[in-house]
Design a protein around this ligand. Structure first.
Ligand code: HEC
Ligand code: HEC
Length: 480
């Protein structure tokens, strides 16, 4: 028999109230007790995601609940026993107190606590779901040592991994679509190269050059030495500051494991307790699908004051001094329907599609372009660039100085800037461009005061969406 408490919470939960009756009575709604944290966790399965009984709003709401839910140990939060052979990789990490590590992950109970600010440009800051994080939300990825005593006397508290500041997820559906369509084009170019041995085939996708490729029929291998800005597999990976993840789902799997110690069934196997913490199926396939649906339906950032003369002048300066060479202002997608797949196939985004996100008529609300696709005004070429030694990370990898061009939409609201948040203003962020960005930074430094100010006013006109996920954000009341 269900306890009265369970019934009370079920009644108070707007998400569950909105679910079909069959789902409300299903046994996969975990019983709520004071010990299991706020809100009932409805364990949605992939069959239910694709079954058609849930509305898009309900699926987004369930995804939002996964994103904002403080997970508990009963649900699998945390790693298992320390792995003496590999205490650094998620699964067997040590903790400071049985629960947290903070440096190298196990740094949160919920995704939302790091993705919490919609605007840092208002006083007080505007809070909201799936936004950016301040510096105390930065992740120390792969860090096992910090020289906080400055033992080598170089005035830097050196870290042997990455310090990265959280970006927002707004507009992620459009970003993912541009990346997937680029991948499809690049894979087609690869097929052309294979069909024409010896021919140097330019790798151009949506107007962006990713270098070139050729095929040697004798050895049966591709020459990928001239591939630029992406891996030799010709897959565009828009997510993560290094450009390492193909989709929101792909990123979320790693985030769940790194930050929360929650291992997705699709990562470790269904029914498998890979971290040995006594809980299997910590995140179901269906739960990741609703997280993907939630993430790709988030509203996109906006531009305000488009017709303001300084904004227009600044936009022009942005183009003429070379900012737009990397921060490509706009793409139009070929299709307005983003395919969501399980399992995902990096080189073939059309495989295993179980649903699509409508980028124009859905909550993401992108404008329709002249060719019927979604206009994604993100200001990035989705390529990695070498930003020089001053910005380079210190992991010892050849990729250390490389970062994917960050999207500048929303930039007026999202201080601090750069991958580790070292720039507190836009002015500083631009001045710190080195390597491939050095020429643009120098040109920026040589601008007249009027052009300089206009450029910053233009960047400040790029704002985050105010009401992201507002329609599904009604809080569930605390159990007790
Ligand atoms: C401790 C802070 C922290 C927590 C908790 C956190 N994130 Fe993040 N998030 C980050 C950082 C830092 C990045 C940038 C990572 C990178 O560059 O590889 C990021 C990036 C992302 C991105 C990619 C955004 C982009 O534009 O590239 C997604 C998606 C995301 N997080 C989802 C999640 C989800 C889902 C959770 C919960 C499971 C989560 N995050 C929890 C800090 C956090
Ligand atoms: C060679 C490609 C390239 C050019 C040219 C370039 N950028 Fe960037 N930009 C980047 C990359 C890559 C980063 C991320 C560096 C990091 O995080 O350390 C970045 C970061 C930024 C940021 C901070 C974004 C954030 O979210 O933290 C701003 C603002 C910016 N660029 C504006 C400009 C402006 C304005 C110009 C022209 C003066 C310009 N960029 C030219 C590649 C470029």
């Amino acid at each position: 028999m269900k306890s009265p408490l369970f019934l009370k919470v079920l009644f108070l939960s707007p998400a569950l109230l909105a679910l079909p009756v069959s789902a409300q009575t299903a046994t996969n709604a975990t019983t709520q007790t004071a010990a299991t944290g706020p809100g009932v966790r409805y364990r949605i399965t992939q069959a239910e995601v694709t079954g058609g009984t849930f509305t898009l709003r309900q699926l987004r709401r369930l995804g939002l609940e996964m994103f904002t839910r403080p997970f508990t140990k009963e649900e699998g939060h945390g790693d298992g026993p320390v792995d003496p052979n590999d205490p650094v990789t998620p699964g067997g990490r040590p903790t400071t107190n049985g629960t947290w590590l903070r440096v190298n992950g196990l740094d949160a109970q919920t995704c939302q606590e790091c993705h919490a600010f919609v605007s840092m440009a208002t006083i007080p800051p505007t809070l909201g779901i799936a936004g950016v994080g301040g510096i105390n939300a930065s992740a120390f990825a792969g860090v096992s040592q910090i020289d906080i005593e400055d033992l080598d006397g170089d005035t830097i508290a050196n870290v042997n991994g990455r310090l990265i500041n959280p970006p927002f997820l707004f507009g992620a559906g459009g970003v993912e679509m541009v990346g997937k369509e680029m991948t499809i084009e690049l894979q087609a170019r690869k097929a052309v190269a294979q069909a024409n041995p010896g021919m140097v085939v330019p790798l151009i996708a949506k107007g962006i050059s990713f270098g070139s490729i050729s095929y040697d029929a004798v050895t049966g291998t591709f020459d990928t030495s001239n591939v630029e800005g992406i891996e030799p597999d010709l897959v565009v990976r828009p997510f993560g500051r290094k450009g390492e993840f193909i989709s929101v789902r792909d990123f979320d799997i790693g985030a769940l494991q790194f930050h929360l110690g929650m291992q997705a069934a699709e990562l470790v196997g269904s029914g498998v307790d890979a971290d040995g913490d006594g809980v299997a199926d910590e995140v179901l396939v269906g739960e990741l699908s609703v997280m993907h649906i939630f993430g790709t339906n988030l509203e996109h950032p906006v531009q305000v004051k488009r017709r303001n003369p300084a904004v227009r002048r600044g936009k022009n300066v942005f183009r003429t001094i070379g900012c737009a060479d990397c921060h490509t202002p706009m793409f139009e997608t070929t299709s307005p329907f983003l395919p969501l797949a399980y399992p995902e196939d990096a080189t073939d985004p059309t495989a295993n599609v179980y649903t699509t996100t409508d980028l124009i008529n859905g909550p993401a609300g992108f404008q329709r372009g002249p060719n019927g696709g979604a206009l994604v005004n993100m200001f990035s070429d989705l390529k990695r660039h070498d930003m020089g030694p001053a910005l380079a990370e210190t992991t010892g990898s050849a990729l250390d100085p490389f970062f994917i061009t960050p999207r500048l939409w929303g930039i007026g609201d999202t201080a601090p800037y750069l991958h580790d948040g070292r720039a507190l203003t836009l002015d500083e962020a631009i001045q710190m461009h080195g390597g491939e960005g050095q020429a643009a930074a120098t040109a920026f430094g040589n601008l007249s005061t009027a052009d300089h100010d206009a450029l910053l006013i233009f960047l400040d006109s790029l704002r985050t969406p105010r009401g992201a996920a507002a329609d599904i954000s009604t809080p569930i009341r605390q159990a007790i």
